[in-house]
Write a protein that binds this ligand. Structure first.
Ligand code: ACM
Length: 767
């Protein structure tokens, strides 16, 4: 056999460029439509005159003047009107007439040595001001300058959203304002406020005080991921909610930043907190408690007349508080068990000549749409509202992938794209074992950035229905501002760029470069974002390399990198600080672990990022034996407390059932409570190289490639990522899955060398 060895690690070197205080004309996020740098620079000083002719321009100019005062200590007054033609040292904000559609958000910014002129309609002028802020240094300078430039800019999409779940954990008004400030900074214009959940009702409704008296607090909260078996923390949470005055304050604060606030009132599911307060709107008598666990509660609203009267009242108060044209009515994850068991509901299904509970859900949503219409609002809902037929005027938020969104667009409905695989900002940003906070899923910054809401396959008509994109921040595992900021930033900047910038202008390497100069701006805003890995991270493959020259680059200005090569935790007190290339000897088949810690200039530390340096042979391909598509499964009934016990059982016992499967979705085993499954199949590696596998499941999962167990994971819903070097050809894959009650969930993804991560489907295997 050809002696092929490989050395792979999770980082590579690339010289970094920062806008460390100097004006980097192109370091704007999101990337503007057209940027033409010119020669010369405009210098701001105490004699600079700011002009604004009308109220809207003055409001924007004042925000800029305040910012300039805070960052540069330059306090400049705003003058009414416009400057003389020959006047120099002028900064002029000019409101122009809005053209229909997104042109209202367009602007032009021209800077030369004599003047800066920003023109645009209302929101456009505000965005021009945001761009100007990014062209200026964020730290105090003796003579702040803006390099001469001509920017002509407009957004790609009208809906550029960021969501915040305040149901699972509550976020105070001050945090919401900070969130809105950051949204405005990056030209995000829609704040989706997820106000009600099984675990908490967070908005005051005058007619139903128990919604917050009872629904805004819970007895305790499940500990992290310990939902099954359940472990509670024993600590009462709440009451925590927003008064109507506070809601008005937030709506006004957002409006001043050209942000529309979309309230979400979840129905018919995710309603257990409401039912704890008013059990009469459920199908069973209750009592219910505000849920202390994570997941999907079976206690949902019952389609009774009194429930609709209640929803009419609630939506009436909500409609009066929020000027947005939409109310988000949820619609997701509504288990139908309670409806199936209810004689009243079954009778209603017959009376209304509905086929089943899905059609009843659709009937429910249509009634709610009528209520919303009567209050002058349209509804938007998660993509489950497609099931059983869409309400006539509903807009769909596509989260379970993109399929629902495309189907709705085909039916002529408007759509906001927010698929989990790109837009779920609660998912882990790196291998979970390296993360400071561990969330579900796996969604590094680069994967978010890769998203295009308008794939070429859509027709022009369908494309016109895609309103835009939204990043979602679910708060089960974000108990406080610090964890939320860590989850949302910097990925929200990638969402902002997807929403604003032309697809043809988007480039990840360029985004990373511009991002480096955004970190000081996030620092200034006090955002505790995730400190990234050293720049240029990626899986690097070295063939036949007993010596490796390790090169790292700090991800942000002034950051220090500490590292170890002996498996120990990097620590600034004992570990070497990276100061230049490091030579590593690595004989064939030997492995070393590289661990890095990045410390920012303010002392904040990153998580410990791990990489394997492994001078290792590729796993040889096996002789293909599989003839049929799909994998086989062997089913073992019983409770397996550990994966090892399950693996022993597989070697010693005959399975209770066997068969073949085209999907790892566990649908065939629905209703079974305690079991283990052994999936087995062959897959084909198209080329030599390093393959990444990511596996995630409740309750426990193992993955074996060619007989070697590469993942053994007992952590509920925590993804595990592993790199496996493979020779091209056929290889054998086995998955061990253990179910111990509760939800049943299994996901397998893989990425070939140099490629993106995608689902590896059972139907792609052979057996
Ligand atoms: C959702 O993530 N359940 C919309």
């Amino acid at each position: 056999m050809l002696r092929i060895a490989c050395l792979f690690l999770l980082l590579c070197a690339s010289a970094s460029t920062y806008a460390d205080g100097r004006n980097d004309a192109a370091a704007v996020v999101p990337q503007p439509r057209s940027v033409r740098p010119s020669t010369g620079a405009f210098a701001l000083n105490g004699a600079t005159q700011i002009y604004a002719a009308d109220a809207s321009a003055r409001a924007t100019a004042q925000m800029f003047a305040d910012w300039l005062g805070e960052t540069q200590g330059l306090n400049l007054p705003i003058r009414d009107g416009k400057p003389e033609r020959a006047q120099r040292n002028v900064l002029w904000f000019e409101t122009t007439k809005a053209r229909p559609g997104i042109a209202a958000e367009a602007y032009r910014l021209v800077a030369d040595a004599d003047r800066i002129h920003i023109s645009g309609a209302d929101a456009g002028l505000f965005y021009g001001m945001q761009t100007l802020m990014q062209l200026l240094p964020v730290t105090k300078q003796a003579a702040p300058t803006v390099a001469a430039i001509d920017i002509d800019d407009a957004p790609r999409f009208a809906w550029r959203g960021l969501h915040l779940d305040v149901g699972r954990h509550f976020f105070p008004i001050a945090f919401v304002k900070k969130y809105l400030d950051l949204m405005a900074q990056y030209k995000l214009n829609t704040f989706h406020w997820h106000l009600t959940e099984d675990q908490g009702w967070r908005i005051e409704i005058k007619k139903y005080p128990r919604l917050t008296e009872v629904g805004a607090k819970r007895r305790e909260t499940v500990v992290e991921h310990k939902v099954d078996p359940y472990v509670g923390d024993g600590i009462a949470y709440g009451p925590l909610y927003y008064t109507q005055d506070q809601v008005r304050e937030i709506v006004a604060y957002a409006a001043a930043r050209h942000i529309t606030v979309i309230p979400e009132i979840e129905l018919p599911g995710h309603a257990q907190a409401a039912l704890a307060a008013y059990p009469q709107f459920a199908c069973t008598p209750g009592p219910f408690e505000v849920w202390t666990n994570w997941g999907v509660s079976e206690n949902i609203f019952c389609p009774k007349e009194e429930t609709f009267a209640f929803l009419d009242d609630v939506l009436g108060e909500v409609a009066a508080l929020f000027p947005a044209p939409y109310i988000h009515i949820g619609g997701d994850e509504a288990p139908k068990d309670a409806w199936k068991k209810s004689a009243f509901v079954q009778d209603l299904i017959r009376r209304e000549k509905l086929k089943n509970e899905d059609e009843l859900q659709s009937w429910f949503i249509r009634r709610v749409e009528k209520i919303a219409h009567a209050k002058g609002k349209r509804i938007i809902g998660w993509d489950e509202i497609l099931e059983g037929g869409l309400a006539p005027d509903a807009t769909v938020m596509s989260w379970r992938g993109e399929k629902g969104g495309f189907a709705a667009a085909k039916q002529g409905h408007d759509v906001v794209m927010s698929p989990t695989g790109y837009c779920y900002l609660d998912y882990a940003q790196g291998p979970v074992e390296s993360e400071t906070f561990a969330f579900n899923g796996y969604l590094p910054l680069q994967n978010v950035y890769a998203y295009d809401p308008l794939p070429p396959a859509l027709s022009a008509r369908e494309r016109s229905h895609i309103l835009g994109v939204q990043g979602n921040a679910w708060s089960e595992h974000m108990p406080n501002a610090e964890t939320a900021e860590y989850a949302v930033f910097p990925r929200a900047l990638a969402i902002a760029e997807i929403g604003w910038s032309e697809q043809s202008s988007r480039d990840y390497a360029d985004f990373e470069r511009r991002l480096a100069s955004q970190y000081p701006r996030l620092d200034r805003a006090g955002i505790r974002y995730r400190i990234p890995e050293p720049q240029g991270f990626g899986d690097v493959l070295q063939i036949d390399q007993p010596h490796y020259r390790l090169q790292l680059a700090a991800p942000m200005p002034g950051a220090a990198i500490y590292y170890t090569l002996d498996g120990s935790l990097p620590d600034p007190r004992y570990s070497p600080r990276y100061a230049g290339p490091v030579d590593v000897d690595l004989p064939l088949e030997q492995k070393r672990q590289l661990r890095t810690l990045v410390v920012a200039t303010d002392g904040r530390r990153s998580g410990v990022y791990n990489a394997s340096l492994w001078n290792r042979g590729l796993k040889p391909a096996i002789a293909a034996a599989g003839k049929s598509a799909g994998a086989t499964y062997a089913y073992y009934e019983g409770r397996f407390p550990t994966l090892l016990e399950f693996e022993n059982t597989v070697t010693q016992r005959k399975p209770g059932a066997q068969g073949e499967t085209r999907a790892f979705d566990l649908k065939e085993f629905a209703g079974k409570k305690e079991y283990g499954l052994d999936f087995d199949g062959e897959f084909t590696a198209a080329s030599d190289g390093i393959y990444r596998f990511v596996v995630r499941a409740d309750d426990a999962v193992s993955l074996a490639i060619d007989g070697e167990t590469v993942v053994r994971n007992e952590d509920y819903e925590q993804p595990r990522s592993v790199l496996v070097p493979l020779q091209h050809g056929v290889h054998r894959l086995r998955i061990g899955y253990v179910q111990r009650g509760g939800g049943a969930d299994l996901h397998l993804q893989w990425a070939p060398p140099g490629g993106g991560l995608r689902e590896l489907k059972a139907e792609e295997l052979k057996h």
